[in-house]
Design a binder for this molecule. Structure first.
Ligand code: 4AZ
Length: 276
């Protein structure tokens, strides 16, 4: 989640159950989200469901316009965080971002590998609350389909992968240091699913958001050092080969007392049919 330099949440996204993107001119720039702390470079060929959201118009061309992560959940469906497609992040309403792309099959953002898919539709969870960060889910429909085996399976409600103590991996091109060092190569960091009580204690109506296990999942490194960070938002948290979360928010990056908060996959809108 992007926030102002004072650490408070900025702006609110106008909610729409479904907004069809229409090409329109856009101008100006907005700061990008970015990160993975304590990770290692990985090849997206091993994890073809990890995708980058990009707009060169909004974020410039040096890192192919990457500003968030996403995850392929069906041949033509990409899940990301609702806040990633908010005006707060984009600087303009999503419908005005005419060059929104989903980059697949490219580990190195400076390279030309893989594909850049266009997006035909953006849906935001109608329950998304930009104040608390609850329901931080969005679903993008791609104009072209990718191979079905590139999609990841999602963990349904009650899946053992949500159990605290489970080892998980978070993926992204975001900040690798917490000080604005954006990765140009995809990184992955090991974290563990933490008890909800850990995030309830860390984030009781905090300036960053309010933790609620209804739609959020707590994960991190109890000792600090491994975490998602700015620019990783919308990207996948995977455990036992199944998608359990999307990078959503947290207080800073990589600090033991401030775990990462993820959108809990099992709480995504039922009509989106993203269960494994
Ligand atoms: C962000 O600003 C962000 N450490 C994402 C994840 C975390 C913190 C910030 C979790 O996009």
């Amino acid at each position: 989640m992007r926030r102002s330099s004072t650490g408070s949440l900025t702006g609110a996204v106008a909610l729409a159950a479904a907004a069809v993107i229409t090409p329109q001119a856009s101008g100006g720039t907005a700061a990008a989200d970015a990160v993975v702390i304590g990770g290692r470079p990985v090849q997206v060929s091993e994890t073809p469901w990890v995708v980058a959201l990009a707009s060169r118009d909004r974020f410039g061309g040096t890192r192919a316009g990457q500003f968030c992560g996403g995850v392929l959940v069906a041949p033509d469906k990409v899940m990301t965080a609702a806040h990633c497609v908010s005006k707060d992040v984009l600087g303009v309403p999503i419908g005005q971002v005419r060059d929104l792309k989903v980059i697949t099959g490219r580990s190195e953002l400076a390279g030309t590998g893989g594909q850049e898919a266009t997006v035909s539709e953006v849906r935001i969870d109608p329950e998304y609350d930009a104040g608390t960060n609850a329901g931080d889910f969005a679903m993008l429909t791609l104009s072209t389909s990718l191979p079905a085996h590139h999609a990841v399976k999602a963990a349904g409600p009650g899946d053992a992968a949500y159990t605290p103590g489970t080892s998980a991996v978070v993926y992204g091109w975001g900040d690798t240091t917490g000080t604005g060092t954006y990765a140009s190569e995809l990184h992955a960091a090991p974290v563990e699913v933490l008890p909800d009580s850990t995030c309830e204690i860390a984030y009781p109506k905090s300036i960053y958001g309010t933790y609620s296990a209804d739609t959020m999942l707590c994960a991190g490194d109890p000792e600090g050092g491994h975490d998602a960070c700015q620019g990783d938002s919308g990207g996948p948290l995977v455990a036992d080969g199944r998608l359990i979360g999307l990078v959503s928010w947290g207080g800073g990056c990589g600090q033991a007392q401030s775990p990462g908060v993820y959108a809990r996959l099992s709480a995504a809108p039922g009509t989106w049919a993203v269960r494994g």
